[in-house]
Write a protein that binds this ligand. Structure first.
Ligand SMILES: [Zn+2]
Length: 435
């Protein structure tokens, strides 16, 4: 930032036009690689069909399985960056018909991994950690149920029941001191896991389960109302996590609202009203195709976050869901603008992952493809996949601490590559808007 300031000060002497040019070249170099790809001209990339991508996926899975602890009791990180995330990835690959030869072996390994994680979380003393979705037990139980069901094991009911019993933990309004409503450890996460289960297990929820979901939704709305009132916000629902009023998908308002939209059939008319008002409020927080990480912050162009976790690539899913529900064009337009931002600034230097890496960016294009049917977005996703294999990416991106992780490492990348082969069914891992 300092460098940019001095540059601009010097260049002001020359003229504003020059300042702008230099600014943009400096901007490109902070968090992302410059996107030098030409845009879609009517043809997809050759050489990105199953014949090349399937072997690349299999090789990456082998690499991941060499790194992931298969029998360790260290299962910290949950689905986000623990071994359980690898189990989910294996499940996801095994669901794709192109990997039917690998299916049995992948599911067997997935079960081995998730069983260790289940034992680990069964022994967890902190019930709040057991109820956490991406960082704790709820997500592990949900993925265990999916893997068991996929293997035809009647035992899937066991982890499913453990998951369902956790609703009681997260029903009290302030069950977590740090903030009870966000996606990773809070109530939005519980709803998200329940949604994934509904989708993957295809079970009809009983009226008892519907009531439980309803009580979680009520708690989220009540909590948001209380917070907004206490902090004198000019809009109806707001939340904080560790004292920060996040807006993005990871810990912020957008994924909380997304989950409430997913369950809007259990909301009262006045609750729905509050949710839609909040959706529109968040839509109006856009600053030139992106959203600041926290409420009220001004985006600095040279340093902005364009991540699934913070920024347009994650917020886009909320507006996709809103569009799918009521078809208002402004929601789709918002998604499309997010996609333009990602095309410009989504070749991230923070690795290949889905949380703040290149695959997370590329998933926005797959989302836009599903919303619009426009092949341009498949092309863009293909370009981002191609970039993952370039020397520029390998040399210029930060090393990832957990190579096998689902959100920061290669497991999420594998999910993306598989989805690129089946774009009509693609969905950001564990975060579907098409349920
Ligand atoms: Zn992130």
């Amino acid at each position: 930032r300092f460098r940019i300031k001095t540059l601009s000060q010097k260049l002001h002497l020359i003229g504003d036009g020059v300042v702008l040019v230099v600014f943009s070249s400096v901007m490109e170099n902070t968090r992302c690689f410059a996107n030098r790809f030409s845009d879609y001209k009517g043809a997809l990339l050759p050489g990105q069909g199953a014949e090349t991508v399937v072997p690349a996926v299999i090789a990456t899975v082998d690499k991941i399985l060499k790194k992931v602890p298969l029998d360790s009791s260290d299962c910290d990180g949950g689905l986000y960056d623990g071994p359980a995330g690898v189990a989910y990835m294996l499940f996801h690959v095994s669901e794709c018909a192109l990997f039917s030869e690998q299916r049995d072996a992948y599911l067997k390994t997935a079960k081995q991994i998730i069983d260790v994680s289940v034992r680990y979380v069964d022994a967890e003393q902190d019930k709040n950690m057991r109820a956490a979705f991406l960082l704790g037990g709820a997500g592990i139980y949900a993925v265990a149920a999916m893997i068991y069901k996929s293997m035809g094991l009647a035992d899937f009911v066991k982890p499913l029941t453990k998951f369902r019993n956790l609703w009681e933990v997260c029903a009290p309004i302030s069950f977590l001191e740090c903030g009870s409503d966000e996606l990773f450890v809070g109530r939005a996460g519980y709803l998200c896991a329940a949604l994934v289960l509904k989708q993957k297990l295809a079970l009809m929820p009983s009226s008892k389960i519907k009531d439980q979901i309803k009580s979680i939704c009520h708690a989220i709305i009540e909590s948001g109302k209380q917070y907004a009132r206490r902090k004198r916000k000019p809009f109806p629902l707001m939340y904080s996590y560790y004292g920060t009023e996040y807006l993005g998908a990871a810990h912020g308002l957008s994924s909380v609202l997304q989950m409430l939209l997913c369950y809007q059939d259990v909301l009262s008319a006045s609750e729905k009203d509050l949710v839609w008002q909040s959706v529109d409020f968040l839509m109006n927080q856009e600053q030139n195709c992106n959203w600041p990480a926290e409420l009220g912050a001004m985006i600095e162009r040279e340093n902005e976050l364009v991540h699934w976790c913070h920024g347009a690539p994650g917020v886009a899913y909320l507006f996709a869901k809103a569009y799918l529900i009521n078809k208002k064009p402004q929601y789709l337009d918002t998604c499309i603008r997010s996609g333009e931002m990602v095309w410009q600034k989504g070749l991230l230097k923070k690795g290949p992952g889905i949380c703040h890496g290149v695959a997370g960016s590329a998933y926005v294009f797959l989302l836009l493809y599903r919303l619009t049917g426009n092949s341009k977005y498949i092309y863009r996703a293909q370009r981002f996949a191609e970039f993952l294999y370039t020397e520029e990416f390998k040399a210029g991106s930060c090393s990832v601490t957990s190579v096998y992780s689902l959100f920061e490492g290669l497991s999420g990348t594998v999910c993306f590559l598989v989805d690129l082969l089946q774009p009509d069914q693609s969905e950001f891992p564990l975060f579907s808007v098409f349920v």
